[in-house]
Design a protein around this ligand. Structure first.
Ligand SMILES: Cc1ncc(COP(=O)(O)O)c(C=O)c1O
Length: 370
């Protein structure tokens, strides 16, 4: 048996006919960028998250960058995020003169450790925005983070790029900070068929700024440019696909959760460390990430059995060459660094079958002689 890490073709099989119909409809309308489909998606997504506004942009990285600048970041400022996220959480800023700082994570949730955040904010001046990442689909400790950021006058931009539909204490992630960002990269829990992203916020000011920034700094009047901006406009075709797919998101997330339960049960008596779902979150398992101190051997063994497993992410951001100049060293963030050596993402997507999950589990059990 071959089990892929993702299978987008299979995920979309059931809705393929409707996607083609939607494509033809948008094609025949002749309006392809920032039109009625983008507006309708923005309204539907804002309502889904439970916030006032959503602003569609080119990708999740742009959502983070534009979100940050809409919160008042300027060149020379600093932001803080975690070192074990996708590079975009930091590079969205560093390409535009904003320095990323990092703080360590909790070993069980892989998310920002509020104690480490507090230590950093106490010692490092110039941090204006905190970017907690709801990694793998599990919400970060937002109450503690908000309380600390509040005391230091730091704004919060949630990176919810992996957590569409996840909740924190019953509230959707994305509505917990000053603004939040989502990616619609094809493999995300809500993905499109190219690049796409969205910023959400309750703030009139952030909304106005983001609307300008995504479209060359243009205000309400065409060809009147008020501030420096970007070209980061969402396509009509992607927006129409996403608006249609949004109705399936909770169901697909529930399928992910059901598959996670199958993995958890079948691997319970093995030495692998399973993902935890803290009491405050509804985990949406963008990724199902286990830990093993024999990670690389296990990964090779699974590959021999036809199973693809990946590492998200093998090198913590502070140890990437691009950030050498920031002066971090091996040992700067021991929890994130240890996790990077042990984590392994197993196949996880809504159309993955239970027998395939059990095949993966059998292989892991066999690896451990179980
Ligand atoms: C946590 C996180 N932040 C940011 C991004 C960037 O999103 P995009 O690839 O759409 O630019 C991603 C996805 O790739 C992500 O997983």
């Amino acid at each position: 048996m071959n089990v892929k890490i993702f299978d987008l073709e299979r995920d979309h099989h059931e809705i393929k006919g409707e996607l083609i119909r939607i494509f033809e409809e948008v094609l025949s309308r002749g309006e392809y960028i920032l039109g009625p489909e983008v507006k309708a998606l923005e309204e539907a997504f804002a309502q889904y998250i439970g916030v006032k506004y959503a602003i569609g942009v080119n990708n999740g990285t742009d959502a983070i960058r534009i979100g940050g600048f809409s919160l008042g970041l300027t060149k020379g400022d600093k932001v803080v995020t975690t070192p074990n996220t996708y590079i975009a959480s930091a590079m969205a800023f560093s390409t535009h003169g904003v320095t990323p700082c990092f703080c360590d994570i909790e070993a069980d949730t892989y998310n920002m450790d509020p104690g480490c955040l507090e230590d950093l904010l106490k010692n490092e001046k110039g941090i204006k925005v905190c970017v907690p990442v709801h990694l793998y689909g599990h919400a970060a400790r937002m109450d503690e983070i908000a309380e600390i950021c509040g005391r230091y006058g730091v704004k919060i931009l949630e990176d919810a790029c992996q957590a569409h539909g996840a909740t924190y204490k019953g509230r959707k992630v994305g509505g917990l900070g000053d603004a939040a960002t989502f990616s619609f990269y094809p493999t995300k829990n809500l993905g499109c068929y190219g690049d796409g992203g969205i910023i959400v916020t309750d703030s009139d000011i952030v909304y106005d700024e983001a609307m300008k920034l995504r479209n060359y700094g243009q205000g309400k009047d065409r060809h009147v440019h008020l501030i420096d901006g970007f070209n980061s406009r969402l396509d009509e075709v992607q927006a129409a696909f996403l608006k249609y797919k949004l109705r399936f998101l909770d169901g697909w997330n529930n399928k992910r959760r059901a598959l996670a339960a199958v993995y958890t049960k079948a691997l319970a008596d093995t030495p692998v460390v399973l993902p935890q779902e803290a009491s405050w979150t509804h985990h949406v398992y963008h990724l199902f990430v286990i830990r093993s101190d024999k990670r690389d051997e296990l990964r090779t063994y699974l590959a021999e059995k036809g199973i693809t497993a990946l590492i998200h992410y093998p090198t913590p951001i502070h140890l990437q060459k691009v950030y050498e100049h920031l002066g971090y060293k091996a040992g700067s963030f021991p929890i994130a660094e240890k996790a990077a050596q042990e984590i392994l993402s197993l196949p996880m997507y809504p159309s993955l079958r239970e027998d395939e999950v059990l095949y993966v589990c059998d292989a892991i059990r066999a690896f451990y002689g179980k």
